[in-house]
Design a protein around this ligand. Structure first.
Ligand code: IDP
Ligand code: MG
Length: 139
């Protein structure tokens, strides 16, 4: 059983795709073991995406992530990190395989509907960033 952090980004939240996106996780064998709706502050978005701080798109990414509420959730399942990345699709929705969340709900690489941890270490750091252990159910 593995855990991963997922965020439904401001574009998908504003377009009321939360229910459909959560349904994609569930129908692909992932279980939502923690969740909260949150409007990130600039400091929070900058800290969360600190790994990208030297990239040209960093300021646009932070501005986008604080442009409206998001839903943050912990997903659990076998191979949850990789499975979630598959269900999400490529970072660029134009390249995302059909049937993936980004192909179906994202408009462009800036507003691409979802975030998902990319490995075991980032998953742990990102989950700890948003949730206390007692907010995550055991399954
Ligand atoms: P990921 O979300 O698929 O893991 P990352 O490379 O970790 O992709 O990038 C984090 C986020 O930064 C992306 O989801 C996207 O919103 C944004 N991003 C990445 N590359 C670009 C780019 O070339 N232009 C604009 N935004 C980008
Ligand atoms: Mg990433």
């Amino acid at each position: 059983m593995e855990h991963t952090l997922s965020i439904i980004k401001p574009d998908a939240f504003a377009k009321k795709h939360v229910g459909e996106i959560l349904s994609r996780f569930e129908s692909n064998g992932l279980t939502i073991v923690a969740a909260k709706v949150k409007h990130l502050t600039k400091d929070e978005a900058e800290e969360f995406y600190a790994v990208h701080k030297d990239r040209a798109f960093f300021n646009d990414l932070v501005s986008f992530m604080i442009s409206g509420p998001v839903m943050v959730q912990v997903l659990a399942g076998e191979d949850a990190i990789k499975k979630n990345r598959e269900v999400m699709g490529d970072t660029d929705p134009q390249k995302a395989a059909s049937g993936t969340i980004r192909a179906d709900f994202a408009e462009n690489i800036d507003a691409n509907a979802v975030h998902g941890s990319d490995g075991p270490e980032t998953a742990k750091t990102e989950i700890d960033y948003f949730f206390n252990p007692d907010e995550i159910i055991s399954i």
